[in-house]
Design a binder for this molecule. Structure first.
Ligand code: NAG
Ligand code: NAG
Length: 403
């Protein structure tokens, strides 16, 4: 019984996550590239391309100055300013940090506060490609956050340091963007020397809440193996199917008849009050593909309760990542109603970081229903999280940035 329900949830969630642009492309803001959105909001923007050691091209987006100071600093870029690198979560992109507009989204708020803001992208999303592989090549999709940490994040950090001439920057991660940070530090601890501090929004390291669902899909159903055998290279569905699902299930604008968000909320925690109904289609249209291995790797971590490497596979030996390789101050933020990266898992992470002396702070968002997606999509995410966060980031800079 539970299995059937979970299966439905999975199908719906997949559908929900993977609906592509077609249906919504009539509306402007839906699928405009991130640099266009930033320009449309009156901010300066730059595109930078980096290539990872293993051949992935990544387009980064930079907001070198705020709205008011844009005219003055254009040309001179953000030289001499404090820089932050922001790294998105699963099925996300640099767009996650701009999508709610200047009043709410962290990248704009930081740019207006004087920061040189760099938005990262991780291999797999639309702002990435590969030297020799196309998206139809299974090898293109052979990665998880292990590779994000080993290749993508280091390449992006080096790029920011090179362009800005700074010796250190601050890293902000959301969800899988935090997993990426920890796998990077485990594999390349020399990056401690390039970062001032780490701000972790909804850190995804211990995800025991997902144990049951992961066991069901990966073990009982063995669903990914089946989909792989059918030739599906990544979590991405046919557009017409998705259009049908979106039209049938994702058009309600109230909690009673809303199948879409209810399914989503069963995973991330319910928060209708912070849900902006106008954002649902935008959110769906902008979702990016996930590699099977990302999902399986999170599954391995959920099922074993160990923040382990993929190593020799889903059922292979455990090889814990070295959290004790982190040497810079870490601030953790969680949502009180986040079911995906739930509080107890973040407290466990906090305790371990505290033991090695790097935990700077841990804080829950005041809003009692704050869920996993609210860090990006809450109606009032500016007021609830992002504006206060600027003060916190200032404090980290003042305290730990010795040039
Ligand atoms: C891509 O192909 C070129 C030419 O064969 C080769 O030199 C390069 O190493 C390849 N890159 C990767 C990441 O495999
Ligand atoms: C961190 O460790 C100190 C000293 O052992 C302890 O007093 C404090 O409660 C710990 N904080 C967290 C969040 O674990």
């Amino acid at each position: 019984m539970c299995g059937v329900v979970l299966f439905k949830v999975f199908i719906m969630l997949s559908a929900f996550t993977l609906i592509t642009e077609a249906q919504y492309s009539r509306k402007d803001n839906m699928d405009a590239p991130v640099p266009k959105l930033i320009t449309a909001n009156g901010y300066p923007v730059e595109k930078h391309r980096v290539t990872t050691e293993d051949g992935y091209h990544i387009q980064m987006h930079r907001i070198p100055a705020g709205r008011r100071t844009a005219r003055r600093t254009v040309g001179s870029g953000g030289k001499g300013k404090r820089a932050v690198l922001m790294v998105h979560g699963l099925v996300g992109s640099s767009g996650d940090f701009v999508i709610m507009g200047p009043k709410n989204s962290l990248s704009y708020i930081l740019a207006d506060a004087g920061y040189d803001v760099w938005l990262g992208n991780l291999r797999g999303n639309i702002y990435t490609s590969h030297q020799n592989l196309t998206r139809n090549d299974p090898a293109f999709w052979d990665y998880s956050f292990h590779e994000h940490g080993k290749y993508d994040a280091p390449a992006m950090i080096d790029k920011v340091l090179k362009v800005t001439g700074l010796s250190k920057i601050l890293y902000i991660g959301y969800s899988m963007g935090t997993t990426t940070f920890f796998t990077m530090m485990s594999q390349k601890p020399e990056y401690n020397d390039k970062l001032i501090a780490f701000v972790a929004l909804a850190p995804a390291v211990y995800v025991d809440n997902m144990k049951e669902i992961a066991t069901f899909f990966l073990k009982s159903m063995d669903i990914i193996t089946t989909l792989r055998q059918r030739g599906m290279l990544a979590l991405g569905f046919k557009q017409d199917v998705m259009d049908f699902v979106a039209e049938s299930f994702c058009t309600a604008r109230n909690p009673e008849s809303d199948v879409c968000m209810r399914i989503m909320y069963s995973i991330v925690g319910e928060d209708y009050e912070q849900h902006d109904w106008d954002m649902t289609p935008i959110f769906i249209a902008r979702a990016q593909p996930a590699s099977w291995k990302q999902l399986e790797h999170f599954g391995k971590i959920a099922m074993t309760s160990v923040f382990t490497e993929w190593a020799d596979g889903l059922w292979g030996a455990l090889k814990p990542y070295r959290l004790d390789n982190v040497k810079i101050p870490v601030s953790l933020f969680y949502g009180l109603n986040d079911r995906l990266t739930e509080k107890s898992g973040i407290l466990r992470l906090a305790a371990e970081l505290n033991e090695t002396g790097v935990l700077h702070s841990i804080k829950g968002c005041n809003w009692p229903k704050f869920n996993h997606l609210d860090f990006v999509f809450a109606k009032n995410v500016g007021k609830l999280v992002n504006r206060p966060l600027v003060g916190h980031i200032d404090e980290l800079h003042n305290k730990y940035y010795v040039q």
